[in-house]
Design a protein around this ligand. Structure first.
Ligand code: DD3
Length: 322
């Protein structure tokens, strides 16, 4: 399935503030990949939110398990003149000074961001089912005795990360790269951002090093890497999107969704999922903590929330830690 992201080529750098605006033309080569989405047979809604205007659906594409996420995107200010000029209007009701309408904008101003995971595993399906969550306080020893063995036993695939680092996927979406093997990284838009508006800007910096799993792996030896990501990541975002460092939240997740070190850059104006205190660790705090104590993240307790159906939660429970 072709999302709007992979359809649009990256805008030239000279035009810093321009974002992806046109996702219309997608004939020919994309047709085959898109047809798989039209073959999607929805089976059940895993989760939906009227407030977030999205729906997560489990179903099948050609007999393969699939999860499809549909999301209405924010209305872009620069499309307002066209919306009012070209939409068809149907009056719903009029009362005193108040009236409501059904407005139908032309199709290119009325897109639904679509994400497809196919073939989807049981884990993907579970991930989007609503679940009760519990807070864990993980000591350094808990990490070594419970969490690390769990992570190692799971062989979570980070193939998609290696594809990005090796330019086998999303190469045209890379915003900045420092190719250095020790302090280098690739900066690109996260899946969650369709790049149509700056309001929900979301980029990730993925490090070239493959020996760093998470925050827990970091020592003062990694300070040059972390400082490099902060400095060059912020600079690249300022250059490409005209968004200054004071408008960005730069942080690591613990637990992360994937165990290959990466840093999140999100718009301060956007309450990104996972930016709460039980998951987000500001990069600047991480740097200062490591400056003060090289083994800070080896020894300190870290809190995080786990879903009731998370296998890691079961391991903490079995160890009598919950
Ligand atoms: C993921 C965490 C992972 C579902 C979904 C996303 N940004 C990604 C593959 C390519 C990407 C990401 C897992 C997976 Cl929707 C399950 O995220 C990705 N490419 N977050 C980018 N740019």
């Amino acid at each position: 399935m072709a999302t709007s992201q992979d359809r649009d080529a990256r805008e030239p750098e000279r035009d810093a503030k321009r974002l992806k605006t046109d996702a219309r033309a997608a004939p020919g080569a994309e047709a085959a990949r898109e047809s798989r989405v039209s073959a999607f047979e929805p089976q059940r809604v895993l989760r939906d939110s009227a407030r977030e205007k999205n729906v997560f659906i489990h179903g099948k594409i050609d007999d393969q398990e699939a999860v499809v996420i549909l999301e209405k995107t924010p209305i872009r200010q620069d499309t307002l003149p066209e919306i009012f000029k070209t939409s068809t209007l149907r009056l719903e009701m009029r009362n005193d000074i108040y009236s409501t309408f059904h407005m139908q904008p032309p199709s290119h101003l009325n897109e639904i961001k679509t994400t497809v995971i196919c073939p989807a595993t049981e884990k993907h399906v579970k991930k989007y089912l609503h679940q009760e969550i519990f807070l864990i306080e993980e000591s350094g020893d808990d990490y070594r005795n419970i969490t690390l063995p769990y992570i190692s036993s799971q062989s979570f695939s980070v193939q998609w990360v290696y594809n990005i680092l090796e330019k086998k996927a999303e190469a045209d979406r890379i915003v900045f790269e420092d190719p250095d093997a020790h302090v280098g990284f690739v900066l690109l838009p996260d899946f969650k951002w369709d790049q149509k508006q700056l309001d929900d800007l979301y980029l990730i910096a993925i490090v070239h090093r493959r020996d760093l799993k998470s925050l827990r792996s970091l020592t003062s030896d990694d300070l040059p890497l972390l400082r490099n990501i902060r400095e060059k990541g912020l600079e690249a975002i300022q250059k490409q999107y005209c968004v200054p460092p004071c408008k960005l939240r730069v942080y690591l997740h613990y637990q992360p969704s994937y165990y290959h070190l990466h840093v999140h850059f999100t718009s301060l104006d956007y309450e990104a999922p996972g930016c709460g205190v039980e998951r987000a660790h500001l990069l600047s705090d991480v740097i200062q903590n490591l400056e003060a104590d090289s083994s800070h993240y080896r020894h300190r307790s870290l809190s995080f929330a786990l879903r009731a159906d998370d296998a890691l939660l079961l391991r903490f429970r079995e160890a009598g830690k919950l």
